[in-house]
Every structure is written in C-alpha cells, then in structure tokens.
Design a protein around this ligand. Structure first.
Ligand SMILES: Cc1cc2nc3c(=O)[nH]c(=O)nc-3n(C[C@H](O)[C@H](O)[C@H](O)COP(=O)(O)OP(=O)(O)OC[C@H]3O[C@@H](n4cnc5c(N)ncnc54)[C@H](O)[C@@H]3O)c2cc1C
Length: 350
C-alpha cells in the first residue's frame, strides 16, 4: 500500500494498515515528518463529539505516546471582559506539532514504523499511483491563515482564547503554556496580508494582560484548506484529511477529522468496504454544518464578540455539540449560508 503524505491522516492510515500486516510505504515530500509545523502547540478539540478524543484514539488503536495535555479550563476574553470556563471532562488536549520530540507527528510515525511501515522522505509519487492521498492543504483554496510564535517561559500552564478583530479578523488568537513551553498564535479567516499586523496586536494584548514572559521566540504559522465539494476517491486513490477538503470552516480544528478519515480509509481497504460512501456519510453533514457555523460566527461577532462571549459563559463549550450535528436548524440555514459565503469567499469551493 502506498500512502502519499505523512501528516496525521496519512500516518493514521499507515499504522492501521501496517498493524494488519499490509506492506506499507509512506512517501513524504519533505525531509522529515511534521515538517509543515515548527513545534506549534495545537489542540485536539473535545467538544464536537460525545466520545472523548482519548477514547477515540484508543478505539483507533493509536497510543497517546506523544505529549497530550488535557485542559479542563480555559479563559476566553475579548480584551475587556473575560470568562473563565471549566469543564467536567477535558475541553482540549494540547499536542505539539512538527519534527520535534514528543510531537503528535513523531508519535504517529514511531507507531507506524514499529508496525512495519517504511518511510521515504524527500520523495513523492503521482497521486494516481497511490492507494491513499494524504497530502494536506490544496494550494489556492486557503480559508484560514495562522501566524504565531513558540517560546520558553516561566509562566504557569494556561489556555487563553482572545476574540478581537484587531488581533484576529473573524477568527481568534490563542495563548497556551504547557510546562514552560508557550505558543501564541493568531488565526484569521479574512484579510490574509494583514495577519502580521494583527498578530503583533494579539501579542501585545495577550502577553501584557496575562503577564507571560517570553524567551527564545521562534516563528510558526501556516494555512488551512476547506472544500465541501469533496472527492474521497479519484481512480483507485482514496483521499483523506485536508487533501479531501476535510476541515472545520468554523475554527480550523482539522486534526481529529484527519486522523478519523485516515483510519477510516485504512479500515475500508482492509475490510473491503466503500470508503468514499462511508466518508460522505460521516463527514459531509459535518462540513455543511461548519459552513453554517462560520456564517453564524461572523454574524454574531458584533460588539467585540460580546454576544458570543456571553453565550460561552452561559453554556460553556459543551452545548457546541448541537452545532456539529447538521441538525434541523443547520439544514434550514445551509442553503442561504452557502450562498452568502460563496459570494464573500469566491476562492473557496463552497
Ligand atoms: C498554524 C496552524 C494551526 C493549527 N492548529 C490546529 C489546532 O489547534 N487543532 C486542530 O485540530 N487543527 C489545527 N490545524 C489544522 C491541522 O494542523 C490540519 O488540519 C491537519 O494537520 C491536517 O492533517 P493532514 O494529515 O490532512 O495534512 P498535513 O498535516 O498537512 O500533512 C500532509 C503531509 O503531506 C506532505 N505532502 C504534501 N504534498 C505531498 C506530495 N505531493 N507528496 C508527498 N508528501 C506530500 C506534507 O509535507 C505533509 O507532511 C492548524 C493548522 C495550522 C496551519
């Protein structure tokens, strides 16, 4: 089995297939695993499903042998008001990304190698020659841009989200510190050339307000890709993760769906099931829901996100699950939401 791309989607597929005794080769065009990232702290979100991410990893037989820090509490602020939100079960698991020790990418690769997969770095294949294509974002269909820093710090562990258009247009900034290692990032959904200026503003707002000292800062960042005209199969090749357009148009939390799609593609190959059909059933409603959620987010961000902040304070994030289900409300809102966002973002395949 030939897999193109060694991100979470490709590696989840590789370790699943290799453990089932298949000969697996992974072709990664960069010189190392996780090369798209530089030690960024990212989050496995734990609000979109009833199943806890850790249980889902266990079900997919992915061992959490990478740094995976549960956060039961986060602070959301718009610069003026803050809401301290706490949860019975972790709301996020913070992971490291990139070719650094303890990262998700390193952990997944180790498990794939232990299962017998062979990695080819600095090499690629024509997608038509692959069984699984997991090559990440598709150029030209960028929906979100992120810029940030990672750094060393003496500050205590924390996770803070900042909702302010001057710091992150139509998106959010976040500050996460875990065991003396910090990440501060701005994630924007519009005005991509302005990301640098807004990130500077986010730094000023978050570092001063939360008194976090920064030592040895290194730049991180990147782009996300979204499409709801998804192709899960082209010829014999199965498409997974961001290569299949699987992302969350609301906030860009793509790791969980990348892992899930890679695992599903592998299981379907092993069991002789139709991945394209199963992926459409599992993922398309969720993508449509995220289109509706993006429109709601952009609409209700008025007044420095005061309404959204108040709703988060009242309901926490647990009620968010309602918005991930493609329920009756979302079915009703999907056609106008798609029309409006298509006009607003003509580059996206909505
Ligand atoms: C700055 C930033 C912050 C983010 N934060 C979060 C977060 O907090 N939580 C979250 O859930 N998601 C987050 N995301 C999104 C998440 O990182 C992605 O959705 C996820 O990594 C997608 O996984 P993937 O395996 O589909 O693709 P990728 O992780 O992009 O992996 C694709 C791999 O394929 C390789 N490749 C590409 N083309 C070829 C080719 N032709 N041949 C061979 N190899 C190729 C690439 O080098 C790469 O290693 C963030 C994204 C960015 C940019």
């Amino acid at each position: 089995m030939r897999i193109l791309g060694a991100g979470p989607a490709g590696l989840a597929a590789a370790l699943t297939l290799a453990r089932a005794g298949r000969a697996v080769e992974v072709f990664e065009r960069r010189g190392e695993v996780g090369g798209r990232f530089g030690g960024d702290l990212q989050a496995l979100e734990n609000w979109s499903d009833a199943e806890d991410v850790r249980d889902e990893l266990r079900r997919m037989e992915i061992a959490p042998d990478f740094e995976c820090h549960p956060f039961h509490a986060i602070v959301e602020t718009n610069g003026r008001r803050s809401a301290a939100l706490s949860f019975a079960r972790p709301v996020i698991y913070v992971v490291k990304r990139g070719a650094v020790p303890g990262s998700l990418d390193q952990g997944l690769m180790r498990q794939a190698l232990e299962a017998g997969a062979v990695m080819h770095f600095g090499r690629t294949l024509p997608p038509a020659d692959a069984d699984i294509v997991a090559t990440g974002p598709v150029a030209g269909r960028v929906f979100a841009v992120a810029q940030g820093i990672v750094f060393d710090t003496a500050a205590a562990d924390r996770a803070v989200g900042l909702l302010h258009d001057a710091a992150a247009l139509k998106g959010y900034s976040y500050l996460v510190v875990v065991r003396g290692y910090g990440c501060l990032c701005t994630v924007m959904f519009d005005d991509f050339p302005g990301v640098h200026a807004r990130f500077e503003r986010a730094q000023a707002m978050l570092l001063e307000r939360f008194a976090v000292p920064v030592a040895n800062p290194r730049r991180v960042g990147g782009v996300g890709h979204f499409s709801n005209r998804n192709e899960f199969r082209r010829g014999r090749a199965l498409y997974v993760g961001e290569a299949a357009g699987l992302q969350d148009l609301l906030w860009g939390f793509g790791i969980r769906i990348a892992l899930r799609s890679g695992w599903l593609a592998a299981r379907c190959l092993l069991d002789g099931r139709d991945y394209a059909r199963e992926a459409a059933v599992q993922f398309v409603g969720r993508l449509k829901a995220s289109i509706v959620n993006r429109l709601l987010w952009e609409t209700f961000r008025v007044g420095d996100y005061a309404l959204i902040l108040a709703a988060l304070k009242r309901n926490g994030l647990t009620r968010l699950r309602f918005f991930y289900r493609y329920n009756w409300l979302q079915r009703l809102l999907y056609p106008p939401a798609r029309r409006i966002l298509r006009r607003r973002y003509p580059d996206l395949r909505l």
